[in-house]
Write a protein that binds this ligand. Sequence first.
Ligand SMILES: CC(C)(COP(=O)(O)OP(=O)(O)OC[C@H]1O[C@@H](n2cnc3c(N)ncnc32)[C@H](O)[C@@H]1OP(=O)(O)O)[C@@H](O)C(=O)NCCC(=O)NCCS
Length: 187
Amino acid sequence: MYFKPQRGKIPEKKSYLTWLIPNLWKSRNFKKIPIANYGKLFVMGLKPTQLISLVKLSESLRNRRFAIASYALYLLAGRKLCLVAVLSTSGQIIGFNQYYFEERRTDGIHEAFIGVHPDFRRRGIARLMRSKAIEHFRRNGCDHISTDVDSSNQASRDMASELGFKLIGGPQGNQEPSLQRLKRFLN
Ligand SMILES: CC(C)(COP(=O)(O)OP(=O)(O)OC[C@H]1O[C@@H](n2cnc3c(N)ncnc32)[C@H](O)[C@@H]1OP(=O)(O)O)[C@@H](O)C(=O)NCCC(=O)NCCS
């Protein structure tokens, strides 16, 4: 059973409470994502004060507005469900990796998006965030991470398969046909 009919999409407006509340409930006992220091870079859970910077980066990387439901979820549970890569010198957010619960009855978590600022790509930042996410969600009892990757996005697919994600089929539900679903089992 899903929180809403369309898988792989964060809802807009009216239906968002029926998505938000179960997400807050399922993550209520999660630990915060711990801060890890890699010299000039921190990887950590999103703090409420970083949300506006994350929204700006997200909207510059994706061709869409940040959903209202996402504002609410990551404001309240960003420290548990969203990793950010932050420059230690300036505090600038240069990458993020956001997650939510898509399904009510499983202990799987879904990756909504991973993105790195164009000036900081090919330095291993996305790989680092995803590796940290795998550790964090395993430690908090999730049994898998799912993600949808556009079949034309070779970079993202290569990185996912390197980190143990496996292709589990073609498009799911009402998703765009070019999306492929990958899963990383955590047990
Ligand atoms: C995909 C994306 C997140 C990768 O971020 P990144 O920090 O540059 O990735 P990493 O440096 O950690 O790369 C890890 C691996 O991914 C693959 N990869 C990343 N970028 C690649 C590219 N442009 N071409 C080919 N392979 C690529 C490589 O296998 C790479 O390992 P390598 O550098 O040892 O060869 C980044 O390019 C991005 O933000 N793209 C736009 C948003 C997007 O498409 N997100 C994914 C959809 S959910």
